[in-house]
Design a protein around this ligand. Sequence first.
Ligand SMILES: [Zn+2]
Length: 280
Amino acid sequence: MFKPRLALALLSLLPAFALAQPAGWNDPFPPHKVMDNLYYVGTSELASYLLTTDEGNILLSSNYESSVPVIQAAVEELGFDFKDIKILISGHGHPDHVEGDALVKELTGADVIVSRLDAPYNESVRTPSGRSLPIDRLVDDGDTVTLGGATLTAHLLPGHTKGCLAWSLPLEEDGKTYYGLIECSLNGQFLQYVNNADYPNIAADMRATYQKAREIPAEVFVSSHASFYGLNDKYAKLQARQPGDPNPFVDPAGYQAHVDEFERTFEAALARQEAEAANP
Ligand SMILES: [Zn+2]
């Protein structure tokens, strides 16, 4: 049985054991339309999104190298051609979101777009198959990615990684346009806050990021991990949805509650680490 809490706990091990894959994270998940031209093509825990346009498609996040065949199968199950992916927007600088970038580029020829502040991480990666990760374009806060009339806008939310980027886009359903947000990660439960030589201002960045995240008027809310936005429950609601029922991914209150919850776990982790440092 899948346990989101256990999955979050296992995520803490990733920086130390970069190639360890938590059990079940690569299991297939039914691909589905989120809304409009945005589709979920990720695994049971590691989210990937396909944004389709008239001029080819954009993939957000390749996940582990071993996730790529699962993503490809999901894209094809929806009736799209994997080779129509023209742009890959790399995930944040942790192996479970970027390790497959090289394989996706080999299979599709896509341009790979990377957050400038996470690029040193991508450059440091050697995948299990020995590949290094490609970078075709670097992006910063507020930059946009456009293809075939679709535009995604980058929102820098640093802390979980220095260059963590969320992406916003308009999504339309039944004549109404919603503010869509593909969140990065606000998970601050397991990071190092005290004496972090590699990222001295991490705690201040995390605090500012929760404030900034709260001000994003997200209506359709998805994230880099399925468990972060309750995909299992929302997918069940999607399956049961009747004409006139709301789209379960429209969840502005759930987004705000998610920001609050993750801020609390961050503050608790920070307080714990500060107390331990004061009384070693
Ligand atoms: Zn991460």
